[in-house]
Write a protein that binds this ligand. Structure first.
Ligand SMILES: Nc1ncnc2c1ncn2[C@@H]1O[C@H](COP(=O)(O)OP(=O)(O)OP(=O)(O)O)[C@@H](O)[C@H]1O
Ligand SMILES: [Mg+2]
Length: 295
């Protein structure tokens, strides 16, 4: 659908206090949530995200809690929350329209620095645990690959011989990363979830926020950053073998799995991230280069 339904248009108007005169669909993003930039009769505009299934509905409720919690702390690295309609099956989160900001790529050293500066601010904050929880334990990717190597090997990034030789090192290294911490993490830092305005980076899409080890948050951004022409992960975080193992394992365990029907582009971006994260892990852990053993 290229326009919101009449019912949704009416709900946007009620939430924002003005009739919608135009709506533009936003196709970016990886979930089935529906996203619109709406122009209002009173001259304002807004970004509206609508929960479209149980997952995206639950995530919107969480996002709202994060926006409210961060705003209460005076955080300025996120858009204004303009309103929230808590309908259980189709909640709406209305945010300040950031269409006029710059959305990377391209990456420049200044833009990379701006994101790092914003992440430092995020990581210095805390939010109440009942609202967001601690980082989960879903980071044992290499154990999953070891138990069922087919999907990973099917990607053609590494051969069976490489995996057999590297797996013990990767398994041990991923265990060395402590997920524990009290820092607020965004945990979905990627160019489709951030933009730059007046030289500062703003973060959107807060549904994965949690408390934990801030280096994991920074580390998960790095594969997509390099894939988009930014610096290599090891240039940003040198000598991080365990972190590179954890991150490459996360993508290695997922990128080769069947396409998710309601989020069909997720596997693609995971493959892109893995193609950077795997050589990063190989370099950082002194494993044989993949090129030699990908046959
Ligand atoms: N406030 C905003 N103003 C303008 N455009 C936005 C805004 N927020 C998001 N967008 C655009 O919409 C895209 C998707 O938004 P977002 O990341 O919030 O949704 P999503 O990835 O589908 O999220 P979720 O994982 O919560 O379902 C962004 O990549 C960006 O292009
Ligand atoms: Mg997003």
């Amino acid at each position: 659908m290229n326009q919101p339904t009449p019912v949704d248009l009416e709900r946007f108007a009620r939430l924002l206090g003005s009739q919608v005169v135009a709506a533009r669909k936003i196709a970016r993003g990886y979930t089935p949530a529906e996203r619109w930039v709406v122009s209002l009769a009173d001259g304002r505009s807004a970004f509206c995200k609508v929960g479209a299934n149980q997952n995206t509905a639950d995530w919107l409720h969480k996002e709202r809690a994060v926006y409210e919690g961060l705003r209460a702390q005076g955080a300025s690295f996120l858009p204004e929350l303009l309103g929230f309609d808590p309908d259980p099956s189709r909640p709406i989160l209305a945010l300040e329209d950031l269409s006029g900001a710059s959305w990377p790529p391209p990456w420049t050293p200044e833009r990379v620095e701006a994101v790092r500066a914003t992440l430092d601010q995020v990581h210095a904050l805390r939010l109440p645990v009942p609202a967001i929880g601690f980082m989960g334990e879903a980071f044992e990717g290499w154990s999953q690959v070891g138990a069922d190597p087919g999907p990973f090997l099917g990607l053609g990034l590494a051969g069976e011989g490489w995996l057999e030789g590297a797996l013990p090192t990767l398994l041990a290294a991923q265990e060395e990363v402590s997920l524990a911490g009290e820092a607020l993490l965004h945990l979905d830092v990627r160019s489709d979830n951030l933009c730059l305005r007046d030289g500062r980076a703003l973060l959107i899409d807060w549904n994965h926020a949690c408390l934990g080890n801030p280096e994991v948050d920074l580390g998960f951004w790095l594969p997509s950053l390099a894939a988009e022409g930014g610096p290599l992960p090891d240039a940003v975080l040198p000598d991080r073998g365990p972190l590179a193992a954890l991150i490459s394992g996360f993508f290695a365990a997922r990128a080769g799995l069947p396409v998710i029907p309601h989020a069909p582009r997720v596997r693609e971006i995971q493959q892109v991230q893995l193609a950077v994260a795997l050589p990063w892990a190989a370099r950082a852990l002194g494993l044989p280069p993949l090129g030699d053993l990908a046959r």
